[in-house]
Design a protein around this ligand. Structure first.
Ligand code: BGC
Length: 354
């Protein structure tokens, strides 16, 4: 176990980094500031250690450049809510408009900017908890939230969220880690191979709010049902890319009314140079693929300078603006009914069998 001082937050609180290690020597470094994943070191096909996530060197950077969401635990509700407004049971709610008039990742005061309380820390497990009071970010209900990161000896990073509110509210947490399976300093991810097990994606209109439709991926650059390089079709004349500057879309990985139940393998990615493979397993209805389109000259850890396409996010969640969209499954939770949701990132190299 290794707990290190990370820095003093703007409000004068001491923050720490916690290292988890499993029997395969995989290492995860998590910060109690923001429940942020700062480092994830796995072995490549030559048995070299590779840090596969983008991150910053200092705490200060995480507090000033919080809108990149590097490694962030995002909540209470990930992604966009149109105009920062929604209705629930006839009551109107107003949230921050922090992104072109819409609310992105719950506004200016996201959970990734808070100091979390470490409630459990062992060799390969850490739990961090947060109390989000009634009216926090504009939502109703005192929400108790715990996120647990566990590194199993099978090289899985298991991320478990537990949420319990005393009032009906929305709950759609995610993790916003940018992966680069060739190593965080290795440049573009466009030659990574990607599979997403989704027949439909959610097209968006202006300012990236969903049109309300589900569109078949067939014959579009959104078809990742068979392994394809991330960059292969990025320059195709596809109307969605004009609006989003790259992949920034929700893929429907589960269809039907029980879409939030049960773990399912939803995506595979592979670093072309490292041979590191990542499988994503989740109980969420979908996943946002984001190719770091808005990252530019971002000074990261170990002297890295990140550009657009130097990382990709697979953010498991409910669809953007779901609460305002008639046909989308809604991230609503009920008073004193604890919700537990899980996403697993499993790593292996091309030398090993799965
Ligand atoms: C969103 C992007 C946004 C990014 C910020 C992603 O989850 O889909 O549109 O720019 O977060 O890092």
């Amino acid at each position: 176990m290794l707990k290190e001082f990370f820095g003093t937050s703007r409000s004068g609180k001491r923050t720490h980094l916690y290292t988890l290690i499993n029997k395969q020597g995989t290492q995860l470094v998590v910060s109690d500031f923001g429940a942020i994943i700062r480092k994830l070191i796995v072995r490549d096909k030559s048995d070299m250690s590779v840090d596969v996530v983008l991150g910053y060197e200092s705490l200060e950077k995480y507090t000033t450049n919080y809108d990149t969401y590097f490694g962030a635990t995002v909540g209470r509700v990930a992604n966009r809510i149109k105009d920062g407004k929604f209705n629930l049971d006839g009551k109107k709610y107003t949230l921050d408009q922090n992104n072109d008039g819409n609310c992105l990742h719950s506004g200016f005061n996201g959970y990734h900017t808070r100091l979390w309380k470490v409630t459990d820390y062992r060799d390969s497990v850490i739990s961090l908890s947060l109390t989000s009071p009634d009216k926090d970010q504009g939502f109703d209900g005192n929400l108790q939230l715990t996120v647990t990161f566990e590194l199993t000896d099978h090289n899985e990073l298991v991320v478990t969220y537990e949420g319990n509110s005393d009032k009906k509210t929305l709950f759609n947490p995610t993790n916003h880690t940018y992966f680069n399976l060739n190593g965080h300093k290795s440049g573009s991810i466009l030659n990574h191979d990607l599979t997403i097990e989704a027949d439909y994606f959610v097209p968006v209109g202006p300012n990236m709010i969903p049109t309300g439709d589900f569109q078949l991926v067939t014959d579009t650059p959104m078809d990742f049902r068979t392994e394809t390089k991330i960059g292969k079709r990025l320059n195709d004349p596809f109307d969605q890319f004009v609006l989003t500057k790259g992949y920034d879309h929700h893929f429907v990985t589960k269809e039907g009314p029980d879409s939030h139940l049960g773990l399912k393998t939803i995506a595979h990615a592979k670093g072309d140079l490292s041979g590191i493979k990542m499988t994503v397993i989740s109980d969420r209805p979908g996943v946002q693929l984001y190719t770091a389109n808005f990252v530019s000259d971002e000074l990261g850890k170990d002297g890295a300078e990140y550009q657009a396409r130097d990382g990709f996010c697979l953010e498991t969640q409910y669809a953007p603006d779901a609460i305002n969209q008639t046909n989308f499954a809604k991230p609503i939770i009920f008073p004193n009914k604890k919700v537990v949701t899980q996403t697993i990132f499993k790593f292996n190299t091309t030398n090993e069998s799965e």
